[in-house]
Design a protein around this ligand. Structure first.
Ligand SMILES: [Zn+2]
Length: 290
């Protein structure tokens, strides 16, 4: 197909909202990342409703409607200057990780044979993950709860959106009627199929460090609302534009040997370390770093 892109007279725009940058000028094309509100983008061309922009090291497309003109192309000096500002922003960018310890308060979540409560494990693990991310640097970290309290699912998602999170991660532990069931699985959003690889990676590294089964990456589709996630926190955070949203089931506390292992503090610490390392590696490769 012939490229209908035309050279644009607009050279520099600023995003008005947290804006999706896509691989092609189509609604459903690959999501390259999110340009946070206020991001300055260099325009390379245009096509109908879309601007072709430089996005980190990639070339992407954004909806014209959601950007405003920063300045007219007066001379090359201006463009060079903008370029330098973008590079500085890129180096000093702080990634916002919102961690959601599942359950809490009146909702204990799953309970193991020895009385291990999911809500306690998720809180400990989330606090460890916060510490490990902060050790690595370049991260701002927030928790949906930092004590044993009940927080509404929608409120958890809204808090992450309100804060402008780059990554949302909900921590859980699993249970099943079948006591043999064990292992790790990671849910990603049905609307973000391009994040499946990252969900797989997360599941694999956690299973490895926990020495249990890797059940892999999964989606949980809503039967009532086709095309939507059944998991409320993933549905809300994804709809709101957070580019990476995951729910991690870190093991089965209904499996007696797995429950014993997860009751050991060092095991939760190791899971937090491997999650932090993985999130750190995404930070370096993510094209949204503008
Ligand atoms: Zn849970």
């Amino acid at each position: 197909m012939r490229d209908e892109t035309t050279i644009s007279s607009v050279k520099n725009v600023t995003t008005r909202i947290n804006l999706k940058v896509r691989g092609e000028p189509k609604d459903q094309s690959t999501l390259l990342g999110i340009a946070p509100a206020g991001t300055r983008l260099i325009v390379l061309g245009e096509r109908k409703k879309w601007f072709k922009v430089l996005f980190g090291n990639a070339i992407g497309w954004v909806f014209k409607e959601y950007v405003e003109l920063t300045q007219k192309d007066e001379n090359h000096k201006n463009i060079d200057k903008t370029d330098k500002i973008d590079k500085i922003d890129k180096i000093s960018r702080i990634y916002k990780v919102f961690i959601d310890p599942g359950h809490g308060g009146k909702d204990p979540g799953a309970v193991g044979q020895k009385g291990t409560r999911e809500k306690d494990l998720t809180l400990t693990l989330s606090k460890y993950l916060k510490e490990e991310l902060e050790k690595l640097g370049s991260f701002a970290v927030k928790l949906s709860r930092d004590q044993d309290q009940y927080v509404d699912l929608k409120a958890r998602g809204r808090a992450a959106l309100h804060w402008g999170a780059d990554i949302f991660i909900s921590e859980h532990f699993n249970a099943a009627g079948n006591r043999e069931a064990k292992g790790v699985e990671v849910f990603y959003s049905i609307d973000l199929p391009e994040t499946k690889g990252k969900a797989k990676e997360l599941s694999r590294v956690i299973a490895q460090v926990s020495r249990t089964n890797n059940r892999g990456a999964k989606v949980d589709k809503s039967s009532r609302y086709p095309g939507e996630d059944r998991i409320t926190v993933l549905d809300i955070t994804q709809d709101g534009g957070i580019p990476l949203v995951f729910l991690v089931e870190n093991g089965f506390i209904s499996n007696p040997p797995e429950e014993d292992r997860l009751r050991q503090d060092h095991v939760l610490r190791e899971i937090a370390q491997v999650q932090a390392k993985t999130i750190y590696s995404w930070r370096e490769t993510r094209p949204a770093a503008i």
